[in-house]
Ligand binder design. Structure first.
Ligand code: PGA
Length: 238
C-alpha cells in the first residue's frame, strides 16, 4: 500500500498562472519519486492546471450529492469523472462549519462519488471543545459510521483524520495523540483502508506521522501551496 500525499489548496491561489506555476514545480520536483500524490485545487483550476501528468492525480475539494439538475452553483460527481479527476475530498471541517455539511450529506456525497468511480478522501476530526470535553472518540465514531453508512464498496475510500483545532493553526497534533486517533479509526473501517493525518503538516513534522504515528498518508493545506515545501513533505513520506 503506497502512502497517499494530498494537497488541499482550499480557495488558493488567486490566479490560473500561479496555480500552474505551483503545479509545474510539484511535477518537476516529484520526477523519479514513487508515492501517490494528488493535488486538489479550486475546481476552476482542475482543467487548467495540466492535470494528470507525471505521478500526480487531480482531486476536487467538494462534489454535490445529486446526479444532475437545477442545483445552481454545484458540480456533479459525473462531471468530475468525465474531466479525468480521480479524487474528491468529502466532509472537510471547513465545509461542515461554513457550508452546513452534515454526516448525512457527507454520506450521500460519498455514495454518489463512489458510484461514478471517484476515490474519496473522507475527512473526520474533533473540535477543540469536543477534545477538551473528552468527546473525541465519540465524535470520530459518529462521523466515520454515519459518513460510511450503507457504503459497501470502501476500497476507494481513504479516511483523513484532521483535528479541527490543528487545521491552519500551526498547532499540529502530537505523534502519540495522532497514533491513538488513527488506531481508533482503524478499528471502525476495513483493515486495509488508508488513514491519513492532516492539520498543520510541514516538512519538519511530516515524516513522524508516517514513521511513528502509522499514518498511510497526509492531507496538506497551507504547506502544499509552496511547491518546494510540498515536495519535501512528499519525500519524507516515501
Ligand atoms: P493545513 O490544512 O495543513 O493548512 O492545516 C489542512 C487541511 O485543512 O486539509
Amino acid at each position: 500500500m503506497k502512502n497517499l500525499i494530498a494537497a488541499n489548496w482550499k480557495m488558493n491561489p488567486n490566479s490560473q498562472k500561479e496555480a500552474k506555476e505551483i503545479f509545474d514545480a510539484i511535477r518537476e520536483g516529484t520526477k523519479g519519486l514513487d508515492p501517490e500524490v494528488v493535488v486538489c485545487p479550486p475546481s476552476v483550476y482542475l482543467y487548467a492546471s495540466g492535470f494528470g501528468e507525471g505521478i500526480i492525480a487531480m482531486g476536487a475539494q467538494n462534489v454535490y450529492f445529486e446526479e444532475k439538475g437545477a442545483f445552481t452553483g454545484e458540480i456533479s460527481a459525473g462531471m468530475l469523472k468525465d474531466l479525468g479527476i480521480e479524487y474528491v475530498i468529502i466532509g472537510h471541517s471547513e465545509r461542515r462549519k461554513y457550508f452546513g455539511e452534515t454526516d448525512e450529506t457527507v454520506n450521500k456525497k460519498i455514495k454518489i462519488a463512489l458510484a461514478v468511480g471517484l476515490k474519496i478522501i473522507f475527512c473526520v476530526g474533533e473540535t477543540a471543545e469536543e477534545r477538551d470535553g473528552g468527546k473525541k472518540n465519540e465524535v470520530l465514531k459518529r462521523q466515520v459510521q454515519n459518513g460510511l453508512k450503507d457504503v459497501f464498496d470502501i476500497d476507494n475510500v481513504n479516511v483523513a483524520y484532521e483535528p479541527v483545532w490543528a487545521i491552519g493553526t500551526g498547532n499540529n497534533c502530537g505523534v502519540a495523540e495522532t497514533k491513538e486517533a488513527l488506531d481508533f479509526i482503524r478499528q471502525l473501517v476495513k483493515k486495509d483502508t488508508r488513514i491519513l493525518y492532516g492539520g498543520s503538516v510541514k516538512s519538519e513534522n511530516s515524516g513522524e506521522y508516517i514513521k511513528d504515528a502509522g499514518a498511510n498518508g497526509l492531507l496538506v493545506g497551507g504547506a502544499s501551496l509552496n511547491a518546494d515545501e510540498f515536495v519535501k513533505i512528499i519525500k519524507s513520506a516515501e
